[in-house]
Design a protein around this ligand. Structure first.
Ligand SMILES: C[S@@+](CC[C@H](N)C(=O)[O-])C[C@H]1O[C@@H](n2cnc3c(N)ncnc32)[C@H](O)[C@@H]1O
Length: 325
C-alpha cells in the first residue's frame, strides 16, 4: 500500500469536533488517511468512506478490516451522495468531510499519467469506468477548447500558446504519454517565464485532470447535498487545493449563512430563507509551516468548516418576537 500523508489532521479533527458516536461521511476516502483518525476517535460511530477509484478503495478496505461494520466503504462518485446516504445510513449524519483532488497514490503509483516526471500513458482518469481520457482531450479537442480548459482549470496564462503547441505537435505524432505532454508544455512557455517552485507543466496537467474527471462541475451540488444530509449541529469540513474549488466552497457556505431576504418593512418573512450554516473558519485555515516543510504537497491546502444551524422558524419572525419580547 502507498500511504498518502493526510493534510491538516489536527485542524480537521478539532474543527469537525469528532466525537464518540459520530456518523461520519468521508466523501474522498483515498487510502483513508483522515478516516484512520476518524475511526480511532469514534468508539460506537460509523464512517462511510466514498471513493471513486476502485484500486485505491481496495487498499483502504484492507487497511480498515479490523473495524468491521464501523467502516462502510462505497465505490462511487460523491455526486451520488444523496443516494449513498439513503442506502447506507437512511438518515442524517454528524459530519461530512471532503479532501478534494487526487492522492499521492495517483501521482506515484497509479501509472495513469498524473505525473509530468514519469513516462506513463496519459490516462488521467480517477474512475476507470469513465470513457474520456487525457489522450482524448489532447489529441481531439480543438485549439480553442484546449486553451479554455487550460485557462479555466489551470489558471495558466500561457494557455493559448500551450494549446497551439499541442495542436502543432499532435499533427506530427499523437500525444500518448505524460512525458510527451510535459515536454510540449515546457517548450511552449518561454524559459524566463517558467515558474520558480513548480514544474512548468503543473497547471496544464492539473487542468486536464480536472476536466477529465469533471471535478469542478459536480462540487457545488455535492456540497449542498452534504449540508442537506447533516443533522442539526452537524459539521461539514472541506479541504481544497485549487482556488476554483475554494471559491465554490466559500460561496456555498456564505450563501447558506444568509437568512431572510425580505424587505425590512415586511411584517413577516415571505421568502422562507433560513440561515442554514454558521461558518467556523472566517478565513480558510492553512497548514502550519512545520507541516508545509514536512509535506510540501500540503502547501496549497485550504480548509473551511461550518456547522449546521437549528432553524425551523423564519428569521424575521424570530427577530420580531425578540423585539417584542
Ligand atoms: C486528496 S485524496 C484524499 C486523501 C485522503 N483524505 C487521505 O488522507 O488519505 C482525494 C481522493 O478523493 C477521490 N475523489 C476525488 N473526487 C472524487 C469524487 N467526485 N467522488 C469520489 N471520490 C473522489 C480521489 O480518487 C482521491 O483518492
Amino acid at each position: 500500500m502507498f500511504i498518502h500523508k493526510p493534510v491538516m489532521v489536527s485542524q480537521v479533527l478539532s474543527c469537525l469536533s469528532i466525537k464518540d458516536n459520530d456518523i461520519i461521511v468521508d466523501c474522498t476516502l483515498g487510502e483513508g488517511g483522515h478516516t484512520s483518525y476518524f475511526l480511532k476517535t469514534i468508539k460506537n460511530g460509523k464512517v462511510v468512506g466514498i471513493e471513486q477509484d476502485g484500486e485505491i478503495l481496495e487498499s483502504a478496505v484492507y487497511r480498515f478490516r479490523k473495524y468491521k461494520q464501523a467502516f462502510i466503504p462505497v465505490q462511487a462518485n460523491f455526486s451520488h451522495l444523496k443516494g449513498i446516504m439513503d442506502e447506507k445510513i437512511g438518515g442524517k449524519v454528524d459530519k461530512i468531510f471532503f479532501d478534494l483532488g487526487i492522492s499521492m497514490f495517483h501521482i506515484k503509483k497509479s501509472g495513469r499519467g498524473f505525473s509530468f516526471s514519469t513516462e506513463e500513458p496519459l490516462d488521467m482518469r480517477l474512475d476507470l469506468s469513465r470513457s474520456l481520457r487525457g489522450t482524448d482531450v489532447v489529441n481531439s479537442f480543438d485549439k480553442r477548447k484546449l486553451a479554455e480548459i487550460i485557462w479555466a482549470y489551470g489558471e495558466e496564462r500561457f494557455s493559448n500558446r500551450i494549446s497551439q503547441f499541442i495542436v502543432r505537435e499532435r499533427e506530427k505524432k499523437p500525444i500518448r504519454t505524460s512525458l510527451q505532454l510535459a515536454d510540449i508544455v515546457k517548450r511552449s512557455i518561454p524559459r524566463k517565464y517558467w515558474p520558480k517552485n513548480i514544474h512548468p507543466a503543473t497547471k496544464t496537467f492539473q487542468a486536464i485532470r480536472i476536466f477529465v474527471n469533471d471535478e469542478i462541475e459536480i462540487l457545488e451540488n455535492a456540497l449542498r447535498d452534504g449540508i442537506e444530509s447533516l443533522k442539526y449541529e452537524g459539521r461539514i469540513g472541506v479541504i481544497s487545493f485549487h482556488s476554483l474549488e475554494d471559491r465554490i466552497v466559500k460561496s456555498v457556505f456564505k450563501e447558506l449563512t444568509r437568512g431572510c431576504t425580505c424587505p425590512p418593512d415586511f411584517p413577516v418573512c415571505v421568502c422562507g430563507k433560513r440561515k442554514v450554516l454558521k461558518i467556523l473558519t472566517k478565513k480558510p485555515l492553512t497548514p502550519e509551516e512545520k507541516e508545509k516543510k514536512e509535506n510540501p504537497s500540503s502547501r496549497s491546502a485550504r480548509f473551511r468548516c461550518a456547522v449546521k444551524l437549528q432553524s425551523n422558524v423564519a428569521d424575521r419572525v424570530k427577530q420580531d418576537v425578540k423585539e417584542i419580547a
